[in-house]
Design a protein around this ligand. Structure first.
Ligand SMILES: *[C@@H]1O[C@H](CO)[C@@H](O)[C@H](O)[C@H]1NC(C)=O
Length: 417
């Protein structure tokens, strides 16, 4: 045996799992684990979801195994923990499960976010895994001003945010689980195909193409819109696992425990099996992760639009008011030019775009104002994590776009980004 830990990644093929797998088992270089199992509902061969160019190569590594599984079924979850013959029980579990679509009904959130994590968490506790790192997305409305640390009382955003947050309380209540919660800012990076930043990048590219300023709602744009590179989400999860495995839950709680407040409707407790009573105190070690860019929405807009050779502005106050007031009704109109320009860019691309996956369509969620700020000082000080990509800038954007162009999923136009 190599003495390295073994790991399972549950879910998240549509978010950060592919980057995490590539971090644990890099294409060039020493793997951090002796064996990695990845479990999700998708088929990877043939793929039933977007995989990006690098992940299939990670899957070809001998120490990596992919399992397609329906994690809503308890016996399936149990069997995912059975190690391959001759191998000891899994050391680390990375829990990236959960439904990320903002418009799914509550019953779907309960079934696929709350219940799946509960099955995985309970089984992981039973198997005594040394670390269980849960990735929490920025499904919160943060405060515009403040410390932005883990103690700040942030409001879960809608049905999606409420059940993701409830899931944290449930996991925290599993006493024997070596749980660490890592809460990320807005993720971007190569092959990341979800979230507000990547959508913004696609739309900004269309304004660069027509050489017009990109005009945004929500002026003056001073609210924090903090970002994190997907490689740092992966690195942060790994660092949390290593940290936890040395100390265990009890000590971790005493060093870094945070109370996870009740934010749900009290009547749900009777309806949902495994939900923790509102008055029960739930404490888990929890860390934020974001880069050091500290971007406001205007900053982020300037960085991204200037990359595509254009500028970022805000609509005037009146347009703002109107759009804000009737946003639901204006989604299609707002998208008309984005989508037609994106289509034109794809048609003109040389070499042609062979994978039609990314889009410049901004749905209601992406058009809404999101305030996200999760100060990462605690992760740096307590876990000792050092950011690999401390700034979002033209270099990090260039890398993203170049990789997408190379795999044929981003339009390649002469003389433009
Ligand atoms: C997963 O299993 C559940 C429960 O049996 C079922 O309702 C659901 O359709 C299954 N999902 C998939 C994608 O097969």
């Amino acid at each position: 045996m190599s003495g390295k830990p073994t790991a399972i990644i549950f879910g998240g093929l549509n978010t950060c799992s592919r980057a995490l797998a590539a971090f644990l088992v890099p294409l060039d270089g020493e793997p951090l684990v002796s064996h990695l199992r990845i479990v999700d509902k998708y088929s990877v061969n043939p793929p039933t979801t977007y995989l990006g160019a690098e992940f299939p190569q990670v899957l070809e590594k001998g120490i990596v195994e992919y399992k397609q599984a329906n994690l809503t079924i308890p016996s399936t979850v149990t069997s995912c923990f059975d190690p391959p013959a001759g191998q000891e029980a899994y050391s680390y579990v990375f829990d990236l499960t959960g439904e990320i679509q903002w418009d799914r009904p509550e019953q779907v959130q309960i079934k696929t976010t709350f219940n799946v994590a509960r099955l995985v968490g309970l089984e992981a506790a039973k198997r005594k895994v040394q670390a269980y790192v849960r990735l929490q997305h920025p499904f919160y409305e943060c405060k515009e001003k403040g410390s932005h640390d883990e103690k700040e009382d942030v409001k879960p955003d809608g049905v999606l945010g409420t059940w993701w947050h409830e899931t944290l309380r449930m996991l925290a209540s599993i006493e024997d689980l070596n749980l660490v919660v890592l809460r990320s800012a807005m993720v971007y990076g190569p092959y990341v195909d979800y979230g507000v930043v990547m959508c913004f990048i696609a739309v900004a590219s269309t304004y660069g193409y027509i050489k017009q300023p990109m005009k945004a709602l929500w002026g003056p744009g001073k609210h924090p819109t903090h970002t994190v590179h997907v490689e740092d989400v992966a690195g942060g999860m790994w660092a949390c696992a290593e940290w936890m495995s040395k100390i265990g839950r009890k000590e971790a709680n005493s060093i870094a425990g945070e109370e996870i407040l009740f934010k749900n409707d009290k009547s749900k407790v009777k309806e949902v099996e495994g939900m923790v009573a509102p008055d029960q105190k739930c404490v888990a070690p929890a860390f934020n992760i974001e880069d050091d860019s500290n971007t406001s929405m205007a900053d982020l807009g300037n960085i991204i639009t200037s990359f595509f050779g254009t500028t970022f502005e805000f609509h005037n106050f009146l347009t703002n008011m109107l759009a804000n007031w009737k946003l639901e009704e204006n989604v299609e109109e707002i998208n008309e030019s984005h989508v037609s320009n994106w289509t034109e860019m794809i048609q003109k691309s040389n070499p042609p775009v062979s994978k039609l996956h990314y889009t410049a369509y901004m749905d209601l969620y992406h058009l809404k104002k999101h305030v996200v700020a999760f100060n990462a000082t605690k992760l740096k000080e307590v876990v000792g994590y050092k950011l690999r990509r401390p700034q979002i800038n033209h270099d990090t954007l260039r890398e993203v776009i170049d990789k997408l162009k190379a795999e044929g999923s981003w339009p390649n136009l002469q003389g433009s980004s």
